[in-house]
Design a protein around this ligand. Structure first.
Ligand code: IPE
Ligand code: IPE
Ligand code: MG
Length: 260
């Protein structure tokens, strides 16, 4: 007997009423990674404190999530706090810790309603315990969902992730659970923070900066990079779809050559 399909509410439309572009599902990226950048500049332009920019970014994230659901992206991974962001002023760090915790707390029920699986990727050491607890609570609550996996990268660094994987690999080699010759690319992936996270297809960064800033180094080896000038608080699902349209026109070769 077929299992009853769980029904999800219709995703709220963007206020403009716009619908996603008609892109064949084969050209819709499975995994989109976003460096949500430009909050500070957005606030500065308005004569506001940097933190006001972070606050304004919450709705941008929510709209990006809806846009991803509407167009059929299965994995959305967002950079919320990097291992380098501890360099910022203690006030801003404190604000970001509290803010990340509160956003998860405020939004998890809504995410759950739409069948979104929330995951956290990052290094536990140094991250506030209350933030880790909230992230893990959200993971537990949404673990059975499968419409979209939203991975929040908090205290995440690509190099930290690889270094942490190396520690575990070395320990397993020492304990004779792993042979050095068995350390393949596939095996390394199993030691990353989120072993089931697929490779990034579309790597998107806002605010005009054109760098990865240590985001998903391993997973983005063959990602298509799209840089947009929009500052994160001004971002909405239309920008996401625009980036996907750019992505859909790219020719991905993965090192192969086209026959003449
Ligand atoms: C991105 O915006 C958010 C975080 C890094 C937490 P920024 O705070 O980096 O904004 P800009 O780059 O200074 O404008
Ligand atoms: C990357 O942005 C980190 C996040 C968006 C969380 P940054 O603003 O920290 O990166 P840099 O310093 O401009 O490279
Ligand atoms: Mg920045």
């Amino acid at each position: 007997m077929a299992r009853a399909r769980k029904k999800f509410p219709t995703v709220p439309r963007h206020s403009s009423g716009v619908k996603p572009p008609g892109i064949s599902s084969t050209f819709v990226p499975n995994h989109v990674a976003i460096v949500m950048d430009g909050n500070g500049r957005w606030a500065k332009e308005r004569g506001l404190p940097r933190t006001a920019g972070h606050e304004a970014g919450e709705l941008a994230l929510l709209d990006a999530v809806y846009g991803a659901l509407e167009i059929g992206v299965k994995y959305l991974t967002v950079y919320a706090f990097s291992t380098e962001n501890w360099k910022r002023s203690p006030q801003e760090v404190k604000f970001l810790m509290n803010f990340n915790r509160e956003v998860i707390h405020r939004r998890v029920e809504e995410m759950n309603q739409y069948g979104i699986k929330v995951r956290w990727s990052g290094r536990e050491a140094r991250l506030w315990k209350s933030v880790v607890d909230e992230l893990k609570k959200a993971e537990r609550k949404t673990s059975k969902n499968d419409q979209l996996t939203l991975t929040m990268c908090v205290n995440y660094g690509g190099r930290a992730e690889i270094a942490d994987a190396m520690i575990e690999i070395a320990q397993d080699v020492k304990a004779r659970k792993l042979k050095p010759a068995a350390i393949t690319e596939k095996k390394i992936k199993k030691y990353l923070y989120e072993p089931t996270l697929p490779d990034v297809d579309l790597f998107l960064r806002t605010s005009g900066e054109q760098r990865t800033s240590n985001f998903l180094l391993w997973q983005s080896a063959y990602a298509e990079m799209v840089f947009m000038d929009v500052l994160w608080p001004d971002f909405d699902r239309r920008h996401l779809w625009q980036a996907i349209e750019i992505y859909a026109k790219r020719e991905r070769r993965f090192g192969d050559a086209k026959p003449n």
